[in-house]
Design a protein around this ligand. Structure first.
Ligand code: SF4
Length: 315
């Protein structure tokens, strides 16, 4: 907020959100203080409740809906049908945003959620091209939020089993991909190895920067080569396509900020704010400045960025 965000999102310290890592997230009291801080500055706070409760004990998830309402959150970001129904029935004044974890990537799906749960916004999966986003906007009045900056998941969002396969912990249930308790950084002679539940994820030469071991970004041997088989480490950065994405109908640009440092969040938010303001000041003449891109590359994975699927033309 101090660096120009109009809204922020936060989760509580439990499995009800998909960043359930030690040391992250908010206690009830911290969330109350954060919401008060935001509202005093005219910013909105959206609570993330985007994992899937299991039948044995869904009470924490329902409690979080009640808590978000009680604390005065502006919206809840959720994916599960039972929770959407609960929130829509009980708190018709509370805005419901459909999480990316619901993988709603066509207007029929989005309008289904609108019809049954009165969602006001959908966070689009990072699998859509700009023409596809435009097409969606022509067929729905639900607001569209798109990922503007941060990591990329190679899987259809909310459908990844890689972490569960190796660690037994599911991101969609326990809210954590590649849990820290399974992570090891080990020196093997001059090399550094990273492991997840003893599975070798990558090996680094001396002095090489090592990444947190997630399977999709691991270096594995295939066809006699060791390389990033699934995904190169790179951050999504839509700045060069900002006009196209906004004009396609996106009303909100999402910057990944949880599991990141305060300086990362401040730098990315401030730089993106400058770009958005420059666009609205003079849409025709907007150009992504080299200085902005260089600043953002300092924060990005592998020090490089990608436009991801936004730039594809296949639709
Ligand atoms: S393993 Fe990769 S693709 Fe799967 S949830 Fe984790 S970060 Fe996303």
């Amino acid at each position: 907020m101090d660096n120009g965000a109009d809204a922020v999102y936060l989760g509580f310290r439990n499995a009800t959100n998909a960043r359930n890592f030690e040391g992250l997230n908010f206690s009830d009291e911290e969330a109350a203080q954060g919401i008060e801080y935001a509202h005093k500055r005219g910013a909105k706070v959206n609570v993330v409740l985007n994992t899937y409760p299991q039948v044995n004990d869904p009470s924490e998830w329902y409690r979080t809906v009640d808590l978000a309402h009680e604390l005065g959150a502006d919206a809840i970001i959720m994916a599960n049908l039972a929770l959407l129904k609960y929130a829509a029935d009980r708190y018709p004044d509370l805005h419901l945003h459909l999480s990316v974890q619901a993988s709603a990537s066509n207007y029929e799906a989005i309008n289904f959620y609108k019809k049954h749960f009165n969602i006001t916004r959908v966070v689009l999966p990072r699998v859509l091209t700009v023409p596809e986003i435009k097409h969606l906007k022509e067929h729905t009045d639900v607001e569209l939020e798109v990922f503007a900056y941060g990591g990329l998941c190679v899987m259809a969002e909310g459908r990844c089993y890689l972490s569960s396969y190796v660690t037994g912990a599911s991101p969609n249930i326990e809210g954590v991909c590649s849990p820290a308790r399974h992570v090891k950084f080990e020196n093997q002679g001059p090399k550094l190895q990273t492991r997840l539940n003893e599975v070798l994820i990558a090996e680094y030469d001396e002095g090489e920067e090592a990444a947190y071991p997630t399977i999709c970004k691991g270096r594995f041997e295939a066809n006699d080569h060791v390389y990033h088989v699934m995904e190169e480490p790179s951050s999504l950065n839509i700045m060069e396509m900002l006009p196209e994405v906004i004009e396609a109908g996106a009303c909100s640009l999402k910057i990944e900020g949880r599991q990141r440092t305060k300086s990362y969040v401040a730098t990315v938010t401030k730089t993106m704010r400058q770009a958005v303001d420059a666009y609205y000041a003079n849409p025709e003449r907007f150009r992504a400045k080299g200085a902005w891109l260089r600043t953002l590359n300092q924060t990005s994975e592998g020090k490089t960025h990608t436009l991801g699927v936004y730039q594809e033309q296949w639709s």
